[in-house]
Design a protein. Structure first.
Length: 105
């Protein structure tokens, strides 16, 4: 399972559910279960008090997750990507991650 965690720290915490719904992504507020527009399942866990949002993807990361991340306001929030729970993963600033996504298009 691939996990992307965004730590907003002192930055303003965005409304991830509203962003997802605006993009036409099915999202259940109670369970966090989501389905991309391509039918790929993933989970969004929002922790506003901790300023964290976590995307858990059972297979590959759906394009919808990347679209949500691109819709976030650029900030110095940190993005951690892990292939599994034992993986230390890698971290980069959200705005650098967004720029990298745009370059890869």
């Amino acid at each position: 399972m691939t996990t992307i965690t965004v730590d907003f720290g002192e930055e303003q915490f965005p409304s991830i559910p509203l962003i997802a719904q605006d993009l036409g992504i099915e999202y259940d507020d109670d369970t966090g279960k989501s389905v991309s527009s391509e039918g790929e399942p993933f989970t969004i866990d929002s922790y506003p008090k901790a300023s964290l949002v976590r995307f858990d993807c059972p297979n590959e990361i759906p394009d919808s997750v990347f679209v949500i991340l691109l819709k976030l306001p650029p900030s110095k929030a940190l993005v951690l990507i892990q292939e599994d729970e034992q993986d230390d993963g890698f971290t980069m600033k959200l705005d650098d991650f967004q720029n990298q996504l745009l370059e890869d298009e």
